[in-house]
Design a protein around this ligand. Structure first.
Ligand code: LLP
Length: 384
């Protein structure tokens, strides 16, 4: 089965471009929201997955907060109307101007990843006569069993404060007057389709809470980060991730203290399935060993297959003919500019429209201008 695309309307648009199904986006947001509400959990959407202004405004209308990792993302969040009190700021390398921007906006929380960063936030806050709320991002040393480029919670990863440095960090924190500890932050990786690592995370956080209690510390907020995966193989069968099962894991395995808030930072699971990259076939090149479908989109529009060997379902929206086997490639002058090797596609010819599915997360936002290409435009199902 192919997705539901208004081909007649799409044919009037210059390819390649992103097409967002805003109905699906809204349904996904509602599913996440109602599953979270059941346990009184809070969602901060991870803007890194997709910062398209219209998408941000749809997410903001639904009352989510926002998780940023750069000054640019904080600016995008403010421009989209997110209240500063719902912005959290993570990232292993926050520059002084970014910290100052966040302090001036009075964001809710800095997720701090090291002692030197904590010291810089303290001194910049002090200079402004402010106190910054911080959460310590702790590296929980949990293996997320996902692609090595997108696993973050292992000791060898650059992210977070190592467990064995936690006490030293807390000692240092006690000496800093312009930072206030409000939370703990974790994130173990992305595109997790197995919920087991989240259970392991819960039990690790339980242990950390016990360790903190010995120092009479109970933080207000526990932030479990993002990471819930989507079904790249079957976007039509599973258009909305199982948020209910996801939150239930935390409800069952993490007993929060009374009044403690639980936060999540989903990115991919909110926006991933609602976006597709639409491209046109430039040429079908028949070789002696294989046939190539050459698209007008390349890794400049969607880098995930080239960068992470990621699978995206590819469909020919124009053809209902018998499938043939092709390599589907882009026009960029690099061999890695390949979306899929040896896949079956309805017999394809020049001018056919191709949809590369599940591209709503880490698609448009990771586009580049390599080869002096134009950045892709975005269109929305309810505005065509
Ligand atoms: N919170 C933190 C601290 C993160 O580092 C991330 C993602 C998220 C939340 C959101 O994770 P999600 O719910 O989207 O899995 N470009 C890669 C993914 C990189 C993820 C980076 N961090 C990809 O295309 O697969």
């Amino acid at each position: 089965m192919k997705g539901n695309f208004p081909l007649d309307k799409l044919k009037n648009i210059q390819t390649p471009f992103y097409f967002y199904d805003t109905g699906l986006l809204r349904n996904t947001i509602h599913a996440a929201k109602s599953a979270a509400n059941k346990y009184n959990y809070h969602i901060h959407y991870a803007v890194k997955a997709n910062a398209n202004p219209r998408i941000l405004s749809i997410i903001r209308e639904n009352g989510f907060g926002i998780d940023c990792v750069s000054g640019g993302e904080i600016q995008a969040a403010l421009n989209a109307g997110f209240p500063a009190g719902k912005i959290v700021f993570a990232g292993v390398g926050k520059a002084d101007w970014e910290i100052n921007l966040a302090l001036d906006a009075s964001i809710a929380c800095f997720n701090v990843e090291s002692i030197p960063e904590m010291e810089v936030i303290h001194s910049l806050a002090k200079a402004k006569g402010k106190t910054a709320s911080i959460a310590l991002r702790i590296n929980p040393e949990i293996n997320a069993h996902t692609h090595h480029h997108i696993t973050t919670g292992l000791k060898e990863n650059k992210f977070g404060i190592n467990l064995d440095c936690l006490d030293t960090t807390l000692d240092k924190l006690e000496t800093l007057s312009h930072v206030k500890l409000t939370g703990l932050h974790f994130h173990i990786g992305s595109q997790l389709t197995d919920l087991e690592p989240f259970m392991a995370l819960c039990s690790r956080v339980n242990d950390i809470q016990k360790q903190l209690l010995k120092r009479k510390i109970i933080v207000d907020i526990i932030n479990f980060g993002g990471g819930l995966g989507i079904d790249y193989e079957h976007p039509d069968r599973n258009p909305i991730p199982d948020f209910q099962a996801y939150f239930e894991v935390f409800y069952k395995h993490f007993p929060a203290y009374p009044h403690q808030q639980i936060h999540f930072e989903p990115g991919r699971s909110i926006v991933g399935q609602s976006g597709s990259l639409i491209s046109k076939v430039l040429y079908v090149k028949e070789g002696s060993s294989k046939n190539f479908v050459i698209l007008d989109a390349g890794f400049t529009e969607l880098i995930r297959p080239a960068f992470y060997e990621a699978y995206h379902k590819i469909e020919n929206l124009s053809s209902g003919e018998q499938p043939e086997t092709y390599d589907v490639v882009g026009p960029i002058c690099e061999s890695s500019d390949c979306f899929a090797r040896q896949i079956d596609l309805n017999k394809t010819q020049r001018g056919d429209y191709i949809a590369i599915r599940s591209a709503g997360a880490y698609g448009e936002i990771m586009a580049s201008q390599y080869n002096c290409r134009r950045l892709p435009a975005a269109y929305f199902s309810d505005l065509l």
